[in-house]
Write a protein that binds this ligand. Structure first.
Ligand SMILES: NC(=O)c1ccc[n+]([C@@H]2O[C@H](COP(=O)([O-])OP(=O)(O)OC[C@H]3O[C@@H](n4cnc5c(N)ncnc54)[C@H](O)[C@@H]3O)[C@@H](O)[C@H]2O)c1
Length: 479
């Protein structure tokens, strides 16, 4: 909450200087439409945006991994299988986790890997090495940004687990550092690479759903079995201290790609609402934690956003209740619909299909495609980054069914070929800013809040989302 108040204090000063807004009873600045405005810090002199950023080609991408818990240890395995990637060093506060990662690699005769451990600052030595191109951050949320900023300051590209940043201040710090250093800072949003999302994105790009009108995403995942697994109880602690959608990006990232956010559309205004914390206090008691009744994060947080092009977005967060896992992933267009949960389905206008008779008694004016019919439709719109061999390799290496490997592969492929990454620092900031922006809305009576333009005016330079390929590779042949 401290960060929210500091952001709002800066906002008040910045906006008073700009003289663009009226002051509300609560002391916060609002624009002429009544939405709270947080500050957009001036771009430091000499900096320009990093839309389409490319860095020099790398024969081998030399990687340092920081954070070797549940997620980081999987990253070690995956990255060791990505062609053209070389893990040079690993780091964790806990020495035994470093030794375990090194042993796993040594058992496969991977070659020498350096290890750093012993404190939350040990990552600095890793970042200071001169033989690393990419620092891959898999720590708890509080340490993501300090590690990534230090890495970029020391000439390394950064890739950060989700959510990469939890405050507006940190989102802006990463944007500024990427622009200053001209280095990549990518959010590791693996859900952008799941097979249904990849197919649906391609179908959306080819106009199958018409104009996209509305999208939905969520993170509904009962974490009961996992709370006690997190290092020093960081995740429950974080939820206890922070209101808002603290884990928005799994649902939000893929639908932002469908909408082409900062690629022709932009997030304008957000409103959010939560329930009270029903289950949080029970978990704090079960873990023997302090002050259980003081639990900031509601069981269910719902956020709505309207975009510049007049489209709407719904995002939901619930890690507390026993309900089926769902990232929602729903796309509503003028000509069609896609949904991944609870069952995968597409629904298209009758004239786009060889129509069956309308079933008036069952209120069916459209045809819903599932199972084989769904697969047949997807096959007509192959995702340009997937080849059969690549899919087989991804499924063999795994990581949430293969999507984690596809993400790592694309990251390394783009760095090796000097191409723009699939996700840039503005994606990171837009997707992660939902945490604090939703909290600001709720702390102010569910008020509308302006989503800052992290590109500072460059949101309309690109026309829709696309993947980059090396010359000669072309779509569907990424090697
Ligand atoms: N993309 C996904 O599907 C997915 C899935 C799970 C977790 N995550 C994300 O991955 C990250 C890690 O989650 P986890 O489940 O592995 O947590 P974890 O608690 O199992 O591991 C965190 C690790 O980070 C280490 N660490 C903390 N601070 C450090 C520092 N300053 N330097 C070095 N090491 C440090 C801890 O010692 C611990 O080993 C989180 O951001 C989480 O949200 C993403």
């Amino acid at each position: 909450m401290k960060k929210i108040f500091s952001a709002l204090a800066i906002a008040a000063i910045a906006l008073m200087a700009a003289g663009c807004c009226s002051k509300t009873e609560g002391g916060f600045k609002k624009n002429s439409e009544g939405a709270i405005v947080t500050p957009v810090p001036a771009r430091p002199a000499g900096q320009t945006d990093v839309i389409g950023l490319v860095t020099p080609k790398l024969e081998t991408v030399r990687i340092g991994i920081v954070g070797l818990g549940m997620r980081g240890s999987g990253a070690v395995t995956r990255l060791s299988r990505v062609p053209g990637a070389k893990i040079v060093a690993v780091c964790d506060v806990e020495a035994d986790r470093v030794e375990k990662a090194k042993k796993a690699l040594a058992d496969r005769e991977y070659g020498e890997v350096a290890g750093y451990s012993g404190s939350t600052e040990a990552f600095k030595e890793l970042c200071e090495r001169d033989d690393i191109d990419l620092v891959y951050v898999c720590t708890d949320w509080v340490h993501h940004v300090p590690v990534a900023l230090y890495a970029m300051e020391h000439g390394k590209n950064a890739a950060i687990e989700v959510p990469s940043a939890y405050s507006l201040e940190d989102c802006w710090a990463l944007v500024n550092m990427s622009e200053k250093t001209r280095l990549h800072c990518m959010i590791l949003e693996n859900c952008c690479y799941d097979f249904f999302e990849l197919s649906t994105l391609e179908m959306a790009k080819q106009g199958v759903f018409g104009d996209i009108v509305h999208v939905e995403g969520s993170y509904n995942h009962n974490l009961d079995p996992f709370w006690h697994e997190y290092w020093q109880n960081w995740r429950l602690d974080f939820n206890q201290k922070h209101r808002g959608d603290v884990y928005p990006t799994h649902g939000f990232g893929p639908i932002c790609q469908v909408l082409g956010i900062h690629r022709g559309d932009k997030l304008n205004t957000l409103v959010a609402m939560d329930t009270k914390a029903f289950n949080g206090p029970k978990h704090v008691r079960a873990q023997g934690g302090q002050d259980p009744d003081n639990f900031a994060n509601g069981d269910v947080t719902t956020t709505m956003i309207r975009t510049e092009k007049g489209r709407s977005i719904l995002i939901e967060h619930d890690v507390m209740n026993p309900r089926p896992y769902s990232r929602m992933y729903q796309v509503v267009g003028t000509d069609g619909y896609a949904a991944k949960y609870p069952v995968q389905q597409y629904c298209l206008r009758r004239e786009f299909l060889n129509g069956e008779p309308i079933d008036y008694s069952n209120l069916k004016g459209e045809r819903t495609l599932m199972g084989e019919a769904l697969a047949e439709l997807q096959a007509k719109y192959p995702c340009p980054i997937l080849t059969e061999d690549f899919v087989n390799l991804a499924k063999e290496v795994g990581g949430h069914g293969g999507m984690d490997f596809i993400m790592d592969y694309r990251l390394v492929y783009c760095l090796r070929n000097g191409l723009p990454l699939d996700m840039d620092v503005y994606d990171l900031a837009e997707w992660c800013s939902i945490g604090e922006l939703s909290a600001i809305s709720m702390e102010n009576g569910n008020a509308p809040v302006v989503v800052p333009d992290f590109t500072r005016g460059a949101w309309n330079k690109l026309n829709g989302f696309s993947y980059a390929f090396a010359p000669g590779d072309g779509p569907a042949a990424a090697k």
